[in-house]
Design a protein around this ligand. Structure first.
Ligand SMILES: [Zn+2]
Length: 369
């Protein structure tokens, strides 16, 4: 049985993005409540560990000092910093009170998890509050203030180890890719809806890294309607051979849930069954792994998806009937989706063909065949 740690504490969702913002803290709270309702955090191989605040050196292992200072000042309500200079403003990246603390804690959760993995005190850690994969060195982007995955990976690299980063969020993991674009010690693999249709408009096959990092950035852009079958097929074609060749010491995986068919922000067509298969694949392929959260904007999907992820990590199977205490507000009242994604035959074929084309192009680019 794997030693599984979950980074959880109500301080992680006490504050956060303001009401009306898609990345609202209730996503985390509801996930935690569902895990508690399933009694999923009390078995012998499981530990709950709270996050800690990262220090300046850790934050500036990725971000510029100017940016870290700017986030702190904006968070305190100072008027002498221009938010637009750092990517903040109305819309995706609003400034909110306590932003520095709330977002830094998500980084600290990843660092606590990384330390447990490095000290061989855990086999798998789930920091479901993390996964903010769009944050830049000196700017906020796509709801992301601090790059928790980048900072965790940096900490692992400092010990001389190699990291594979796997990102199944519907959006391209541009922040993580950019941070290690010329670095052969980090293999980044991002599955996402094609940048032709979705933010951040990057993540095409030809983005394979630069200099010594050439061949260590891998992008699998998928067409709208990509469903469980096409996604999992593409995953199986690409990820196992790459990981075998790269032989990472630790896998960091971003488990955003916005590829679900009902997500209001994207156009992919996964179900909870597809997610669970992907979680299991990553689990089986990883010597040790730090799992982080990410996107997911359909409130009835996020707690169920991450509960299934935790089931895979901690070796627990949960009854499909949701515990009575969480049934309110969740429809249908089952852990797994009761229905397949609502797709026409033509859409299913588009998904299959799209995945097949992108795998063909990647095989050529990366010489995987
Ligand atoms: Zn996303």
């Amino acid at each position: 049985m794997k030693r599984a740690v979950i980074i959880g504490d109500k301080i992680l969702w006490a504050d956060g993005h303001p009401p009306g913002h898609p990345l609202r803290p209730e996503r985390l709270q509801n996930t935690w409540d569902m895990l508690q309702a399933y009694d999923a955090l009390t078995v012998a191989n499981v530990r709950i560990v709270p996050p800690r605040f990262p220090n300046e050196t850790e934050l500036t292992s990725f971000h510029t000092r100017n940016y870290v200072d700017a986030v702190r000042h904006l968070s305190q309500g100072t008027k002498n910093v221009n938010p637009a200079r750092y990517g903040f403003g109305q819309g995706d990246n609003p400034v909110f009170p306590g932003m520095f603390e709330s977002e830094a804690l998500k980084v600290g959760g990843g660092l606590v998890g990384t330390e447990l993995l490095l000290n061989n005190e855990a086999d798998v850690v789930f920091n479901f509050a993390g996964g903010l994969h769009h944050a830049g060195k000196a700017h906020a982007s796509g709801f992301c203030v601090f790059g928790d995955a980048v900072i965790a990976i940096q900490k692992i690299l400092d010990t001389g180890r190699r990291v594979a980063y796997i990102d199944i969020d519907a959006h391209h993991g541009d922040g993580v890719q950019n941070a290690f674009y010329d670095d052969p010690r980090v293999l980044t693999i991002s599955f996402h809806e094609s940048g032709l249709y979705l933010f951040p408009s990057t993540g095409f096959e030809h983005e394979i890294g630069t200099g010594k990092g050439k061949g260590y950035s891998v992008n699998i852009p998928l067409l709208p309607y990509t469903n469980d079958e096409a996604f999992v097929w593409a995953f199986d074609q690409i990820v196992p051979p790459l990981l075998e060749r790269f032989a990472p010491d630790i896998v960091v995986a971003q488990l955003g849930l916005d590829a679900h068919w009902s997500d209001p922000l994207t156009h992919l067509s996964l179900t909870t069954h597809g997610f669970e298969t992907l979680f299991q694949r990553i689990h089986d392929l990883s010597p040790r792994w730090l799992a982080v959260g990410g996107g997911g904007y359909e409130p009835t999907v996020v707690p169920r998806g991450w509960t299934l992820a935790w089931g895979v990590m901690s070796g627990q199977q949960f009854a499909d009937e949701l515990p009575a205490t969480v049934t309110d507000g969740y429809s249908p009242p089952l852990l797994h989706d009761a229905e397949p994604a609502p797709l026409s035959d033509m859409q299913r074929e588009q998904a299959r063909n799209g995945a097949s084309e992108v795998v063909k192009r990647l095989n050529k680019l990366l010489a995987l065949g």
